[in-house]
Design a protein around this ligand. Structure first.
Ligand SMILES: NC(=O)c1ccc[n+]([C@@H]2O[C@H](COP(=O)([O-])OP(=O)(O)OC[C@H]3O[C@@H](n4cnc5c(N)ncnc54)[C@H](OP(=O)(O)O)[C@@H]3O)[C@@H](O)[C@H]2O)c1
Length: 315
């Protein structure tokens, strides 16, 4: 029988599946959570701020009245927050997938550090997710689950090699952002290679959302309330941008489509916008030695070793 064409507006039934989304109180994370919940999945919405998280949860519940959702505080810039959230998640039911979405998309002009001393953009976007995914590896392996990492097309435009992960020498906001996305993409690919090497039944997939802006996204109380100027400016860019609602399409597909394999990169059909399709591997992440080096740098920065051995026998 021919495989049904993927329709991001009519997802397969996801009842009985459970997914964690980081940064789900706004932007792509919110819309991914809503799309998953609409398809019947159990969604654990997470965010760093209790008020913003509960506002988003209320909005989602209002739009999807039978949504099966819960919420959990996770600040991806704080290792302590990650470890305690993961401990709580390990006591809950099965976990089928994790969408590692949270991120700083407007980095500070000058270098800032977290309370633990790490450069804040790489800590939030990459290091926190590296630690979280490692903490959740065993429950994901039990379900034969999947982790999805947020990359960006910016890594093809300015392919910075993160030799200085913490940017102690040459900081700029753009460099911090792009580097953090080189790191997340590298981690997603290297994770998949290591998962296979250790026989762990978890897929690691990388995804990017094209160019998805707030001003092109429906206004939602507590979730997306752009100013008139943002709407005006974002609408001027209509030919090469899309809404965050549509930007969430490849994220959701990467998380739930069984035909997608680990080690792949997905994004919009027309690079900046469109239906999900498989993307080419950006040049900066094609060198296996670079991927291994980035992995080891993240292990050292977070003092984390993924429990591959325990995960390989978890099922
Ligand atoms: N939009 C695009 O065109 C685009 C392109 C390429 C990649 N991406 C990636 O897609 C992801 C989402 O982007 P977006 O456009 O949806 O951005 P967004 O609208 O600014 O949303 C970012 C989300 O991340 C959360 N977040 C930030 N710092 C956090 C922390 N320390 N702990 C937990 N959550 C935190 C935010 O929570 P608060 O509300 O508390 O700040 C918010 O929920 C990011 O990883 C971004 O790099 C986006």
């Amino acid at each position: 029988m021919a495989r049904r064409r993927w329709d991001p507006e009519s997802l397969p039934d996801l009842s009985g599946q459970s997914y964690l989304v980081t940064g789900s109180n706004a932007g792509l994370g919110y819309f991914a959570s809503e799309q998953l919940a609409r398809a019947g999945a159990h969604v654990i919405m997470s965010g760093r701020n209790p008020k913003r998280l509960s506002a988003a949860r209320a909005t989602l519940a209002g739009r999807v009245p039978d949504a099966d959702i819960e919420s959990l505080i996770i600040d991806t810039a704080k290792q302590g927050s990650i470890r305690s959230a993961a401990a709580s998640l390990r006591t809950r039911g099965p976990l089928d997938g994790v969408l590692l979405n949270a991120g700083i998309v407007h980095p500070p002009r000058r270098r800032e550090t977290t309370s633990e001393g790490a450069e804040v953009v790489v800590a939030t976007n990459a290091l926190g997710h590296f630690a979280l995914a490692g903490e959740l590896l065993v429950p994901l392996a039990r379900s034969g689950g999947r982790m999805v990492w947020l990359g960006s097309m910016s890594i093809s435009l300015t392919p910075y090699d993160p030799v200085d992960l913490q940017l102690t020498e040459e900081y700029s906001g753009w460099r911090a952002y792009v580097q953090s996305k080189v790191v997340t993409t590298a981690l997603g690919l290297e994770a998949d290679r290591r998962l296979r090497e250790h026989g762990v039944p978890v897929d690691s997939v990388v995804v990017h959302p094209g160019y998805s802006t707030s001003g092109r996204t429906p206004g939602l109380h507590g979730v997306n309330q752009p100013s008139k100027i943002t709407r005006f400016v974002d609408n001027l860019q209509t030919p090469f941008t899309q809404s965050k609602e549509h930007g969430a399409w490849p994220l959701v597909r990467a998380l739930v489509d069984p035909s997608i394999s680990g080690g792949q990169i997905w994004g919009p059909r027309y690079i900046v916008k469109g239906d999900p399709r498989r993307s080419r591997l950006p040049r900066i992440v094609r060198d296996p030695e670079r991927l291994a080096r980035i992995w080891e740098a993240c292990e050292a920065a977070t003092r984390t070793r993924w429990p591959f051995g325990a995960a390989s026998v978890a099922r």
